[in-house]
Design a protein around this ligand. Sequence first.
Ligand SMILES: [Zn+2]
Ligand SMILES: [Zn+2]
Length: 277
Amino acid sequence: MGESYSLPSTRASRRGVREWLAEASDAFVSVFFPAGCRICDELLTRASRVPFCEECLSSFRAPSVEKCEVCGQALEFEWMSSGEGEPLVCRACQQKTYAFDRARSYGIYDGPLVRAILLLKWERMEPLGTWFAQRLAELARTEIALLAADVVVPVPLHRERERERGYNQAGLISKPLARELRLPHKAVLLVRTRPRPNKQILSLEERWESVRGAFATRSGSQVDNKRVLLVDDVMTTGATVDACARALLASGAKSVLALTVARAARNPLPAPDSGNL
Ligand SMILES: [Zn+2]
Ligand SMILES: [Zn+2]
């Protein structure tokens, strides 16, 4: 807790009552909310379930721009499909890159949102997982196709990684999201059978290669004909969510939707010579 506040004497009267009141009020707030915003260090001036200031919170949401109907990527002008009345899809989705039906994200993976996701990931900030889940539930309710799900599933970590960390950060979001949407939550339906490579992944091809076939449904899990809502913290290239979707569909899932808190701003495609991606 910070230092105790004592009534100012001559110094304060010199500076005037108004200034003193402002200072006293800050001191009052800092007694009740002794920590600053965990993103920008600004003193928190109101109670919140998450330790972020208003300015940081309001910077999270993605600007509303034209998005790819399938993967939700913000569309750049040259990527738009030209057909009148046809849905807008990005270049990757024109090439049917992804096995999932639709993916959407709450914000762009940039600035304060990166910091917030790191706090969720490394500090197990559960109220933040719930807060993100509420935002994703709001997002799903604005787009009816996102509600076509029977079960909510987090993108899994490899079990060694999860044991190391003690939790799966995607689960910190998917569990409260399932509660919000009144759907069953299945944390162990999908497993990561191959861990992430230890080496730094440099190229896009390596990134796709590292997750291809890295997921499977747990034997005996009931996925047949289910519409699955996959949840993760960040979607970068979409390779991970795609690999999960392929594993689920191969086990008989009817369809896969994906919701992530954040989306990388750019989604470069693998080089044309990289095969069937
Ligand atoms: Zn802040
Ligand atoms: Zn797309």
